[in-house]
Ligand binder design. Structure first.
Ligand code: VGL
Ligand code: ZN
Length: 195
């Protein structure tokens, strides 16, 4: 797809096999990798060294140890994605596709919950929207974890900002199966395309 980019949301160890391991995470990673390999594959059969350019942006939940979303501070979640821990790292199969400029950290303020990747910043202090606009991206494809929280909030904010939004329905994992189905239905009604 022209003018498009992939946004990988929170494919981090705590959501995969850690303190908040989500349902379908292994499958979501496997399918995301297949999608990435297809999108970045050589397009010219005579020149397999040439790979098409397809920006891949990463969102990372990145909490201080005293974050307000943690149960010990009265929040709904077990501690997860604490800065500097393995649980906050991108899965190793996806990590090679990540670059500093295209990685956006969220949830760093101890007093603020941030489910949306839209609230994240890259190390240079740029927002997701700013960077997508600089790259002239019009279509965004979203995969990641968790459907009901960060995937949904990120996709909805992208839609509100005027992007055409696609969610890869085989490349998302979830906290709760019913919540996942409801979130998909709601997103589709809003105009987000499930592909
Ligand atoms: C998320 C709960 C808490 C997510 C992050 O990535 O969906 N969910 N922090
Ligand atoms: Zn979090």
């Amino acid at each position: 797809m022209k003018d498009s980019a992939l946004i990988v949301v929170d494919m981090l160890y705590d959501f995969i096999d850690g303190s908040m391991a989500c349902q379908g995470a292994d499958k979501a990673i496997e399918n995301s990798l297949k999608y990435i390999e297809k999108e970045t594959a050589a397009t010219d059969p005579d020149d397999s060294g040439v790979r098409s350019i397809y920006p891949i942006l990463f969102i990372r939940d990145h909490h201080p140890a005293n974050h307000c979303s943690f149960a010990e501070q009265g929040g709904p979640w077990p501690p997860h994605c604490v800065q500097g821990t393995h649980g906050a790292d991108i899965h190793e199969a996806l990590e090679p596709y990540a670059s500093e400029d295209l990685t956006f950290f969220k949830g760093e303020d101890p007093s603020k919950e941030q489910y949306s990747g839209f609230e994240g910043l890259n190390p240079a202090g740029q927002s997701l929207q700013e960077v997508l606009e600089l790259m002239d991206i019009k279509n965004v494809v979203v995969c990641g974890i968790a459907t009901e929280y960060c995937v949904r909030n990120t996709a909805e904010d992208l839609l509100k900002a005027g992007f055409k939004v696609y969610v890869l329905k085989d490349c998302i994992a979830y906290v709760d199966a019913k919540g996942h189905e409801e979130a998909l239905e709601a997103m589709e009604k809003e105009g987000i395309k499930l592909i």
